[in-house]
Write a protein that binds this ligand. Structure first.
Ligand SMILES: C[S@@+](CC[C@H](N)C(=O)[O-])C[C@H]1O[C@@H](n2cnc3c(N)ncnc32)[C@H](O)[C@@H]1O
Length: 227
């Protein structure tokens, strides 16, 4: 999937993201509860978006220096509104050079968009201070299982070392249109580049009911801790 598509979908969803990202909010809370300690010199947040995790983090920890990164430049406006002391680092975390070390590198619901997670993890581990920690959430194989089973599309979820927790959430919808609206408003439709015609909509609704008895979407968050 192209980075340009990821940027364009997330840019469009920024405004509505927080109101729709129920699961990502729970993930941000859970991720923060896993942070060891509460006082850090330097923090790097990857893929900050409109600041769901940023808000949770700054309530949970003290820091001297907090750098929030995103591939979408417009995220800076959201982050500065949350806390003007946070710095914004624009760019693709897989490409940009990080020339300092951090005590905590944290990220919520971003690694599924990373092309080469193994290389990124290696790079980030090289940017940790000696007792530093890389803590992030992403998604496991059961994520959006319904879309994979009924439409045969989706992304490949990477098998991470260092998974410390895994969850399952099921969201129920009144219609397939509502389900797709939810996906669009959370920017995830770069995964599901699918044209829904009226005929396909009816057919898909029927498939959902036959297979699951309802219209639902499974989220499978995973939490990874590495040092
Ligand atoms: C699902 S949103 C999560 C936003 C935020 N972390 C939260 O907790 O709500 C994913 C974010 O990752 C960003 N992103 C995706 N790929 C990226 C990359 N290679 N480098 C930096 N940010 C990236 C997107 O622009 C988007 O803001």
């Amino acid at each position: 999937m192209s980075k340009a598509l990821i940027v364009s979908r997330f840019k469009k969803s920024l405004k509505d993201y927080k109101a729709n990202a129920f699961v990502q909010k729970e993930m941000a809370k859970c991720l923060c509860s896993l942070i060891p300690g509460d006082d850090f010199n330097s923090v790097l947040e990857i893929g900050c978006g409109s600041g769901l995790l940023t808000e949770e983090c700054i309530q949970r920890i003290k820091f001297k220096d907090y750098m929030a990164n995103d591939i979408v430049s417009e995220c800076a406006d959201y982050i500065f509104k949350i806390n003007s002391e946070i710095s914004f680092l624009f760019g693709d975390i897989e490409q940009i050079q990080l020339n300092r070390k951090y005590d905590l590198i944290i990220s919520n619901a971003v690694f599924q968009w990373i092309k080469t997670p193994d290389l990124l993890i290696k790079k980030l581990k090289g940017c940790l201070n000696s007792d530093g920690m890389l803590l992030f959430s992403s998604f496991g194989r059961k994520n959006f299982i319904e879309i994979r089973e009924l439409l045969g599309i989706g992304i490949d979820y990477y098998e991470y070392q260092g998974v410390v927790k895994e969850d399952i959430f099921e969201l129920e919808f009144q219609s397939v249109t509502e389900l797709f609206k939810h996906i669009k408003n959370t920017g995830v439709n770069s995964v599901i580049n699918y044209r829904l015609t009226r005929g396909k909509l009816v057919e898909l609704e029927d498939k959902f009911i036959k297979r699951y008895g309802k219209i639902k979407l499974t989220y499978n968050p995973i939490y990874v801790m590495l040092n």
